[in-house]
Design a protein around this ligand. Structure first.
Ligand code: ADP
Length: 591
């Protein structure tokens, strides 16, 4: 896959994951908070319903409910309204300015038909607080209460609770009381009121049961319970009988409880809180938004990737062009990392072009240098062969000199090639520069001029053979370019942490504009390459390479007409003179 494709796919993938995850988290959090909000609202509604249901169970009308409704409305911040089933108002926490009640009521408040959605914990469909004729008289209640209190003192294990009709009883698993607490058994006996009420209930039940077809005669004494609680849990096996019991209980309790009423719960302003949920439309909206963002992210990634890839493509094309041999190719260098890469490429391209130019110049110079001596040798040999010239000692000496010239040229070229390749090998050892200078001066003595050495002991670590070659080139030039009667002085001395060699002559000097070129390869002030000066133009280039290989430098100062001074500065000067090695038998210093 291309870089562009990879960057684009990668960004798209990351964006897709990020958007998907964010959308999922957002929908989860929203759904959670909606559920909690709805749960809270439902709990409030259920509590209000239960309060009003309790009121209806204990009162046979809604006459005095207004104060309860107002109190509850204040507590919950909701508008509470009760109406009859035909929508005549019974009580309303709102006032005349309040909006109309909604069409659908929240629930019907009827203690004989409990709404199991709003009160799911209820064990029957008749509210336990609706006790009707089962409610104990004050006297009965007082009596049983006294027994219950004694029972609690008799044995703290007995927890005494009061049934909704006021009948106290101890929670002890239904067994009869024994030991000192047998008096507690009087709590298990129904009171006169309860007995009368259950007799009445059995009468009503019998009326219903007797109407059932194929019914075996039943004295219905099972319906005479010990307490009212029994009715709430009693479930006769035959469903018809169970239905009869329920309707008998409703018939018996109806006169004691408030008639059914419709309950309306709204906000004080009348706006019903809109049920918010993540419906299909909601999910679609989230999905569409996510897709839209993804498309935007995709477009942005595409733009970025294209911009990023454009300079890379330009570089690739330029590299191919360069590979095909075009050294003039350059790319537009902008800013940033890719800009730096482009600048680096341009620098490399320029360097390659320069190297190529130097290589071509070198080949042409070498060919040129070789042509003269080779032409001489060939010409004279042909003349001898044709009998035009005689191979006398003078001719042979001249031919030898030409071939030595060729030899020197080839040696110089090999040294330069080594220097270029970094394979110029040095064999450093502690030496005295004064000795090296003395050897060079001795080798270049000439009758035409005065060549002298002026040295002080200068110790350093260097390759003596290569140093002789470097200083020899300078001295040879000085001798060559100084007319008869002139003076050449070679000085060697320590200078601070360096060792210095200076070759000064009283020759023609070098023109100021030529000074920067004297160390270039094949450069000569005298372009005619006359035999008198004879050099190839490589001597100073080699000297500079040799000196630099030692970590030193070479410079020139010249006064046209009065002479030139070449100065070689070498580091690694050893200030403590070392004991020089004994010279070998041929008198040369060990190399
Ligand atoms: P060559 O073999 O021609 O001497 P070099 O590289 O040694 O080549 O020197 C390059 C050129 O520098 C010479 O051709 C000459 O023109 C100039 N040059 C070098 N040394 C001296 C000197 N001591 N005095 C004047 N010119 C010099």
């Amino acid at each position: 896959m291309s870089l562009l494709g990879r960057i684009f796919t990668m960004s798209l993938l990351i964006a897709g994951c990020a958007i998907g995850l964010t959308a999922w988290l957002a929908s989860q959090a929203t759904t959670g908070s909606i559920r909690q909000e709805q749960g809270d609202a439902l709990a409030t509604d259920a509590a209000l319903y239960d309060e009003l249901l309790g009121y209806a169970a204990k009162n046979n009308s809604w006459h005095d409910v207004k104060s309860t409704v107002d109190k509850l409305a204040k507590q919950t911040g909701r508008r509470i309204a009760l109406t009859t089933p035909d929508r005549r108002p019974l009580a309303d926490s709102g006032d005349a300015s309040s909006p109309q009640l909604p069409v659908t009521p929240k629930a019907q408040v009827d203690p004989l038909n409990v709404n199991l959605v709003l009160k799911p914990g209820d064990r029957g469909d008749i509210d336990e607080r609706a006790v009707g004729p089962f409610r104990l008289t004050e006297l009965e209640h007082q009596k049983l209460r006294t027994v219950a209190d004694r029972l609690a003192l008799c044995d703290p294990m007995y927890k005494v609770v009061e049934a909704p009709n006021g009948h106290p009883r101890a929670e002890h698993g239904g067994a009869r009381f024994d030991g000192d607490c047998t008096f507690g058994n009087s709590l298990l006996v129904p009171t006169d009121t309860e007995r009368a009420a259950s007799t009445e209930l059995i009468g009503l039940l019998r009326g219903c049961v007797d109407r059932l077809p194929n019914r075996v005669k039943d004295d219905l004494e099972w319906a005479r319970p010990e307490s009212i609680d029994w009715y709430r849990t009693a479930r006769p096996q035959e469903p018809e009988v169970a239905a009869c019991l329920a309707s008998a209980r409703r018939e018996q309790l109806r006169p004691y409880v408030a008639p059914p009423a419709l309950l309306f719960l709204t906000t004080p302003t009348g706006d019903e809180p809109r049920p918010v949920d993540l419906s299909t439309a909601g999910v679609t909206r989230i999905a569409l938004t996510a897709l839209g963002i993804l498309a935007l992210a995709g477009f942005a990634s595409w733009l970025t990737a294209t911009q990023l890839v454009r300079p890379i493509r330009a570089l690739t094309a330029a590299t191919k062009q360069m590979g095909d041999g075009d050294r003039t190719v350059r790319v537009e260098a902008g800013s940033g990392e890719l800009g730096e890469l482009a600048s680096g490429f341009n620098a490399m391209s320029e360097r390659l072009a320069e190297t190529e130019r130097q290589r071509q110049a070198l080949v042409s110079d070498v060919a040129h240098e070789l042509r003269t001596p080779l032409g001489n040798i060939t010409g004279w040999l042909e003349a001898t062969q044709d009998g035009v010239a005689r191979a006398d000692p003078a001719l042979i000496a001249m031919l030898l000199e030409e071939s030595l010239l060729l030899q020197r040229l080839v040696d110089d070229l090999r040294d330069l090639a080594h220097a270029d390749a970094g394979t110029l090998r040095l064999h450093p050892e502690p030496i005295d520069l004064a000795g090296v200078v003395a050897q060079v001066v001795a080798a270049h003595q000439s009758r035409d001029l005065t060549l002298t050495a002026d040295t002080t002991p200068t110790h350093l670590t260097a390759d003596p053979v290569r140093l002789r070659q470097a200083i020899g080139n300078l001295v040879a030039n000085a001798v060559r370019y100084t007319p008869s009667g002139g003076t050449v002085t070679v000085r060697a001395f320590p200078d601070g942490g360096s060792a210095v060699v200076e070759v000064a002559d009283t020759g023609a000097g070098i023109a100021a504009e030529d000074l920067p070129h004297v160390f270039d390869r094949f450069w000569r002030a005298d372009k005619s390459r006359s035999r008198a000066t004879g050099g190839s133009g490589l001597g100073l280039a080699i000297t500079r390479h040799l000196v630099e290989a030692h970590g030193g430098s070479v410079s020139v100062s010249s006064e046209p007409g009065s002479g030139s001074t070449f100065r070689v500065t070498l580091p690694n000067y050893l200030s403590v003179p070392r004991k020089p090695k004994a010279p070998k038998r041929d008198g040369r210093l060990p190399s």
